[in-house]
Design a protein around this ligand. Structure first.
Ligand code: NAP
Length: 306
């Protein structure tokens, strides 16, 4: 019997070019730079095994100038699909043959499906976030007043999802104010309804300032951190606990085994808090469902992540 080679923790473009002789064959993966930290292989490989799909998922360290060639290779090698992480989510849009409407509007794709040799781009971050919030706090985004911190790829997917699900209010705080303003402007048509909320606007961008946070926090239910603040050891909470209040739900998209600084600040303030592991799980389950015509084994994937 042929002895199975153990998979490498991270492959490169050179490996893809040379061909990877491994059983079961690698036909799914994540492209990133860096990518070592990605938890997707453990989650997706558990799902593949559970569903008796005889292929495997691997990490690929792909540099920005290698993305075109890497996507071309996976297309030729008949991969099923690819996940994209930092910094490829934007560049992949130009390289895909077709993208979902949401991808174009968000300006980022985190999933590629390879269909008959064509690359199709999806974004599952927004829907993954929505499912995560429902799971963590037993609430729907509909009718929620939401403050999103950030205006990058994750924030754009989340803000758009909130708008599509008809949230009551959406406030965007970003360091570069103009980017937050642009994001708010792009969602204006979702907020033209007749609802009256008193003196606060239904949709607005605010500067990244303590005074602005203080005023908004009294007028929102859910705060979402979609910045990397909290990712590195020693990072502060993007919003200090003294500004938080017990009525809040606080979702930090950063996934970490431990409490992030923002989740700790929320709990200290008597609020509810959750980190991004549940969003990672649900965006991954939705990616699985875009690659295969079957329901993702969510509990198997959750267990593999934990
Ligand atoms: P991105 O496109 O690079 O955007 C980063 C955003 O964070 C920008 O709005 C940037 O503001 C802001 N920012 C960066 N450093 C900051 C600081 N020191 N203070 C205040 N704001 C700061 O990144 P992304 O892809 O959206 O990812 C953002 C976060 O989401 C990451 O931590 C990532 O791990 C997380 N994420 C989680 C999941 C999940 O499944 N859980 C999925 C996707 C992303 P400027 O515009 O002013 O530069």
């Amino acid at each position: 019997m042929k002895k199975r080679k153990p998979p490498k923790s991270v492959y490169t473009l050179a490996d893809l070019k040379k061909g990877i002789d491994i059983d079961p064959p690698i036909r799914l993966g994540v492209f990133g730079d860096p990518v070592e930290h990605s938890l997707s292989p453990q989650m997706q490989n558990a799902a593949l095994k559970h569903c008796k799909i005889d292929i495997q998922y691997a990490r690929f360290h792909i540099l920005p100038n290698e993305l075109r060639e890497a996507l071309d290779l996976v297309r030729k090698k008949e991969f099923v699909g690819i996940n994209l992480t930092i910094p490829h989510k934007v560049a992949a849009i130009e390289l895909a043959d077709r993208c979902d409407d949401d991808v174009k509007r968000i300006g980022a794709a985190n999933v590629i499906k390879i269909e008959a040799g064509k690359l199709r781009g999806f974004n599952t971050d927004g829907r993954g976030f929505s499912r995560a919030v429902r799971e963590e706090f037993s609430v729907d985004l509909r009718d929620m007043r939401v403050l999103v911190l950030g205006a990058g790829g994750a924030a754009r997917a989340i803000a758009r999802q909130c708008a599509k699900e008809n949230c009551e209010r959406l406030v965007i705080a970003n360091g570069t104010f103009e980017k937050g303003q642009q994001l708010a402007d792009s969602l204006r048509n979702f907020f033209e309804g007749p609802r009256v909320l008193g003196p606060v606007a239904r949709l607005q961008a605010i500067p990244w300032e303590e005074r602005a946070f203080q005023f908004q926090i009294a007028n929102v239910d859910l705060i979402v951190n979609a910045t990397p603040v909290g990712l590195n050891r020693g990072d502060p909470s993007p919003i200090p606990s003294r500004l938080l209040a017990p009525h809040l739900m606080v979702y930090d998209t950063i996934y970490s085994a431990k409490r992030t600084p923002l989740v700790s600040a929320a709990i200290e303030a008597g609020a509810r808090g959750a980190n991004g592991l549940s969003m990672l799980l649900h965006q991954g389950a939705l990616a699985f469902e875009s690659w295969f015509p079957r329901e993702a084994p969510i509990e198997v994937m959750r267990k593999a992540l934990l």
